[in-house]
Write a protein that binds this ligand. Structure first.
Ligand code: ATR
Length: 270
């Protein structure tokens, strides 16, 4: 049996086993995909145990993506830029680390929501780990520019400087963002987890695609976007399925269809 898994803490809520089994069905691949709860201070031990039990690859979720980066022996360009790894593949005893989060977002925006990124003005809110994972894949699609705004301005300035080698990205404090509309607004803060909304000028949402990386509930950001005349509002469920599809391709060399799985998860969530 081809053995895969996802390692995290907590892990019970993870939809990844179900998503990967659905993908595997499409190609008639027989695999196991289990959830592994790792103690917070023992990621390496947990990962090594899984590998020595015959594990061929695994996903890594919170809070271990930076541990997985250090654990990897060989990193893709996306993983290097993100400073974090969410997918590991074992090949010839070498540990390869990849980060598919940004590709997941880009593919959801472009293929499922039909929003091309090229030449668009994109406002990204937040300058934490989630933002670091998505900046390079967005910049690789040649937007006109990314406006990167964060409550703590120093962090967005630093991140903008670090990523300017990949494209045009300018750092701001949240309070510097004017009410001028942009094409796409991405909420990459952790505010939604706390049921909060970043303090943003209302006018930016007008006619924009507003995307929250979080999924599962309608977040305060999504409610705010609806109220402020956004063209389209999306949660991050499509990104979850798309990042899984890119992980699947990293392991199996085949890109599965995502729309049926997104539909299935939306039906289950209703
Ligand atoms: P993650 O890995 O999810 O990105 P993180 O690295 O802790 O988590 O970063 C959280 C991000 O959400 C930060 O950009 C944080 O802003 P600060 O740098 O100012 O702390 C942002 N954030 C969290 N709660 C917020 C809120 N209520 N309003 C605005 N920004 C918020």
């Amino acid at each position: 049996m081809n053995k895969f898994s996802v390692i995290g803490n907590p892990i019970n809520h993870s939809l990844s086993p179900m998503i990967h089994q659905e993908f595997a069905k499409e190609f008639g691949i027989d695999l196991s995909y289990e959830k592994i709860l790792s103690p917070v201070d023992a990621f390496n031990l947990t990962a090594e145990k899984f590998i020595s039990s015959g594990g061929l690859g695994f996903n890594i979720t919170l809070p271990f993506k930076i541990n997985a980066y250090s654990f990897s022996e060989n990193l893709t360009e996306n993983a290097k830029a993100a400073g974090a790894v969410n997918t590991i593949n074992i090949d010839n005893n070498i540990i390869y680390g990849e980060n598919t989060d940004g590709a997941g977002l880009v593919n959801d925006l472009e293929n499922n929501l039909e929003q091309k990124i090229k030449d668009k003005v994109i406002l990204v809110i937040g300058a934490g780990g989630a933002t670091q994972g998505i900046l390079k894949p967005i910049l690789d699609k040649n937007p006109e520019k990314i406006l990167l705004a964060n409550r703590t301005k120093e962090k967005s300035l630093r991140l903008a400087t670090n990523f300017s080698k990949y494209g045009k990205v300018c750092g701001f404090g949240l309070d510097q963002i004017k009410a001028k509309p942009v094409d796409i607004v991405i909420n990459a803060t952790s505010a939604s987890i706390a049921g909060k909304m970043p303090e943003l000028a209302n006018g930016v949402a007008e006619g924009a695609i507003c995307y929250d990386l979080m999924y599962g509930i309608e977040t305060p950001f999504m409610k705010w976007a609806h109220k402020n005349s956004a063209l389209k509002v999306s949660d991050g469920l499509g990104m979850l399925v798309e990042q899984a599809a890119s992980s699947f391709a990293f392991w199996h060399g085949k890109k599965p269809q995502t729309q049926p799985v997104i539909n299935l998860l939306r039906e289950k969530g209703d």
